[in-house]
Design a binder for this molecule. Structure first.
Ligand SMILES: [Fe+2]
Ligand SMILES: [Fe+2]
Length: 146
């Protein structure tokens, strides 16, 4: 139990970290924007902002995520990435979950803000550090062959 009265784990800020840089410039640029948007949602959720602010931050994150996923999927197709299907499935699942969160927030039926904050942080980090990292390694290798 922390002595500043905050619930366990919630005092740690979520945001951009150097290990999220994958070495592909346009991808890193978009990931920074995506993480900033996810961090904004994480912030409004953990500071118990108004429902209006939480819904707005969720919509912003959905928009930026959709744009980034579209771009990345086109890149994978252009580069004939063999992990395309699994990666796209991951994107689709994440977006579907985010849209569900938005619906639940609008209906005022979201269970726990702490759970939502953890979900945002986990999916962002897992996707970048595992799924996108594999794509970045593939791109790096295929560029070295050219
Ligand atoms: Fe991705
Ligand atoms: Fe990505």
């Amino acid at each position: 139990m922390s002595n500043d009265g905050s619930p366990q784990g919630s005092s740690q800020a979520f945001g951009w970290r150097p290990d999220l840089m994958l070495g592909i410039a346009p991808m890193d640029y978009q990931h920074r924007q995506l993480v900033a948007s996810a961090a904004e949602l994480h912030f409004v959720v953990t500071t118990k902002a108004s429902q209006h602010d939480v819904v707005k931050a969720t919509r912003d994150l959905i928009e930026i995520t959709r744009q980034h996923f579209d771009w990345e999927e086109q890149l994978m197709l252009n580069e004939r990435y063999d992990g395309y299907a699994a990666h796209k499935e991951h994107h689709d699942r994440l977006l579907k979950q985010l849209v569900e969160v938005e619906s639940e927030l609008e209906a005022g039926s979201i269970g726990s803000c702490q759970t939502l904050a953890l979900f945002i942080e986990t999916w962002t980090l897992q996707h970048l550090l595992i799924v996108d990292k594999a794509l970045a390694l593939f791109l790096e290798k295929s560029r070295m062959k050219v």
